[in-house]
Design a binder for this molecule. Structure first.
Ligand SMILES: CC(C)(COP(=O)(O)OP(=O)(O)OC[C@H]1O[C@@H](n2cnc3c(N)ncnc32)[C@H](O)[C@@H]1OP(=O)(O)O)[C@@H](O)C(=O)NCCC(=O)NCCS
Length: 155
């Protein structure tokens, strides 16, 4: 088995915006967040965004929204560069975000995942998320349902 590359996880900074947007556009073509929205997410006091570096390159990012005092959070996004998938990076990111959710006092975290993305759903299931609902036809124009998942943890 090939050795996993050395990676470093750290909090995202506004200076990472270009690299994050490059990954965002490549990962979610047609559905990517705007640069302004991503910048606002990175700057918000309610969010925690982390990036993964391999060498000098940012190869993954993920974000949580968990306003202090709300007791709840949402996984906003997660993306790993295609050449770095199935190496455990998504797992590392989910651990970071759920740790951050706990630290902010969130005892439940929600997310939406496309019904045609079973790989992501399995990643979330492995981290304790369970299906709580379906939003039919949520993703347009693709006309794909959204599966809503919830994680309950001790705050
Ligand atoms: C979903 C995503 C973040 C997973 O990242 P990753 O670094 O590959 O995840 P990991 O290597 O930590 O995978 C952990 C486990 O999740 C499951 N999993 C992850 N990707 C999977 C896939 N494509 N198919 C089936 N299971 C998958 C597996 O159980 C895997 O364990 P295994 O590799 O030992 O079988 C990545 O595929 C991605 O960026 N996809 C495009 C963006 C996206 O879909 N984001 C989610 C939007 S809701």
């Amino acid at each position: 088995m090939a050795a996993a590359p050395a990676i470093r996880v750290r909090d995202a900074e506004l200076a990472d915006l270009d690299a994050i947007m490059a990954l965002e556009i490549a990962t979610f073509p047609g559905d990517a967040w705007s640069r302004d929205l991503m910048a606002a997410e990175l700057a918000s006091p309610h969010t925690v965004y982390v990036v993964v570096e391999s060498g000098d390159e940012i190869v993954a990012y993920a974000g949580l929204s968990a306003p202090a005092g709300a007791g709840q959070g949402d996984i906003q996004t997660i993306a790993v560069d295609p050449t770095h998938r199935r190496l455990g990076i998504g797992t590392v990111l989910m651990r970071e975000l759920l740790g951050a959710a706990r630290a902010r006092g969130a005892s439940e975290v929600f997310l939406e995942v496309r019904a045609d993305n079973p790989g992501a759903e399995e990643l979330y299931r492995r981290h304790g998320f369970a299906r709580v609902g379906v939003r039919p036809h949520y993703y347009q124009p693709d006309d794909v349902d959204a599966i809503v998942m919830r994680w309950e943890g001790a705050a």
